[in-house]
Design a protein around this ligand. Structure first.
Ligand code: NDP
Ligand code: HSE
Length: 442
């Protein structure tokens, strides 16, 4: 018996939509042999009908009204590739209500409204799949949800935004200015429609939020994530970090600690000898530490047309295989059964424990370092290393100020905040103290 093709409706045929269409067509026989049935794009909705028609030719019906796709009873799966969380949310909920399975690459939508969307899908007995939403082409959702299912996961840390990793790599390797590197990332199709989501860490926080929910079986809680991007990062700190044996990466981190869950995105010093420290350009990498497996590392393209399409199509194949299965036999969207979610609290940043890189611009005078280290000692913050630059090297011949760089051992962020306030108040500390968090990832 021949099984009828799985009929797809694409909402949006931009960067990822075009990649999905092209790869589905190019690899159709291979994909069919895996899925057990043909997967066909039957309908496409895009605002730019002429451009969409150029891409799909006569192979699919092209419309400019996404609701026409949802209303078509022949469509089995709606693939939302429009982006944003306004109209996209409405369309996804309407598709679910119409009994369609949904595939989306939209991490912003799921990080903010995932709980509502997954609950609606469960009630309607349809699947919502989102492999492309985290780390593009890397099958990290599959790994967290299925491959590592035996483990009590302890932490996840990843370079999960290609745009910022590209910018940091270009700044470090080629000495490019931030703005030039950002423009290149946009031209290459890596950046979000609103690139502030990339550079301010919001996109990485969307992805970290989803991984946190899947790693620990907690609801998606983007509003609890600590988010800091790369816009305040100075070239001097990239250089000093190198001298101390570290690279600076924008990491999304989520950890299980005795008091709850840490969920944070910020520039991070990572030992240069770690594999993840050497992930360059728009590439992504995610480390997951489970109690049974130890540390695992997943690496690949986290953005771009066909790498992201690869993940979208993996979801389509899952749906092709599982659409006839009863909902109870399917893999739950957040890895844990919906009635077995935990209410472990996401900790405020002040309760997070990590180590630090501090850079202080200080007057080049006797006793300055002693006063700074005295404040740290009084706060119970242990120093790991200190680097003091020659004043001439920092400010040129005759300079009267210099940089002191301090690496600390682990301490609570709240304790560090208090110590920084005291150090900042010293008259010999001449500029805002730079603080970058440090993770050994061992
Ligand atoms: P694009 O902007 O390239 O594509 C979006 C498409 O949707 C455009 O063709 C746009 O048309 C169309 N569109 C906008 N509004 C509507 C509407 N109301 N009805 C129908 N079509 C509409 O975005 P991407 O392909 O880059 O991203 C899509 C999603 O994938 C986003 O959620 C993004 O975060 C996610 N993603 C993207 C990755 C990437 O590498 N680009 C990687 C991983 C995830 P028009 O251009 O005319 O406005
Ligand atoms: N803007 C994102 C990035 C796209 O740069 O990684 C992939 O989600």
């Amino acid at each position: 018996m021949t099984i009828k093709p799985l009929q797809i409706g694409l909402l949006g045929i931009g960067t990822v939509g075009k990649g999905t269409f092209d790869v589905l067509l190019r690899n159709a026989p291979e994909i069919q042999r895996r899925a057990g049935r043909l997967i066909t794009v039957a309908m496409v909705a895009d605002l730019d009908i002429a451009r969409a028609k150029t891409t799909v030719g006569d192979s699919a019906v092209v419309v400019n009204d996404a609701r026409a796709v949802i209303a078509n009873p022949a469509i089995d799966v709606v693939v939302e590739l429009i982006g944003g969380y306004g109209l996209a949310k409405t369309l996804v909920l309407e598709a679910i209500a119409a009994g369609k399975h949904v595939v989306t690459a939209n991490k912003a939508l799921l990080a903010l409204h995932g709980s509502e969307i997954f609950a609606a899908a469960q009630a309607r007995g349809v699947m919502v799949a989102f492999e492309a939403a985290v780390a593009g082409g890397i099958p990290i959702i599959k790994a967290l949800r299925e491959g590592l299912t035996a483990n009590r996961i302890q932490w996840v840390a990843g370079i999960i935004n290609g745009t910022t990793n590209f910018i940091l790599s270009e700044m470090r390797d080629k000495g490019l200015d931030f703005d030039v590197a950002l423009k290149q990332a946009q031209a290459l199709g890596y950046a979000e429609a609103d690139p502030t989501f990339d550079i301010e860490g919001v996109d990485a926080a969307h992805k970290a939020t989803l991984m946190s929910a899947m790693a620990f079986g907690i609801p998606v809680q983007f509003d609890k994530a600590y988010v800091e991007g790369i816009t305040q990062l100075g070239a001097a700190d990239i250089k000093y970090a190198e001298q101390l044996g570290y690279r600076i990466k924008l990491l999304g981190i989520t950890k299980r600690v005795p008091s709850g869950i840490e969920l944070r995105v910020h520039p991070t010093l990572v030992p240069a000898k770690r594999l993840i420290a050497n992930v360059e350009g728009a590439m992504n990498a995610v480390m997951v530490h489970g109690d049974a497996v130890g540390t695992t590392l997943y690496y690949g393209k986290g953005a771009g047309s066909e790498p992201t399409a690869s993940a979208v199509i993996a979801d389509l194949v899952d749906i092709a295989r599982l659409s006839q299965a009863s909902p109870a036999q399917r893999v739950p969207p957040l890895a844990f059964q919906p009635d077995a979610m935990s209410d472990l609290a996401v900790l405020p940043m002040s309760e997070v424990t990590t180590s630090y890189y501090l850079r202080l611009r200080v007057a080049d005078q006797a006793g300055v370092l002693a006063r700074v280290t005295g404040i740290l000692a009084d706060a119970g913050i242990s120093i790991d290393a200190v680097l003091q630059r020659e004043a001439d090297e920092v400010g040129g011949e005759g300079a009267t100020s210099t940089d002191v760089i301090i690496l600390t051992h682990d301490t609570q962020e709240g304790t560090m905040n208090n110590a920084m306030a005291l150090m900042q108040a010293l008259p010999t500390v001449l500029a805002a103290i730079v603080r970058i968090r440090k993770e050994e990832l061992s």
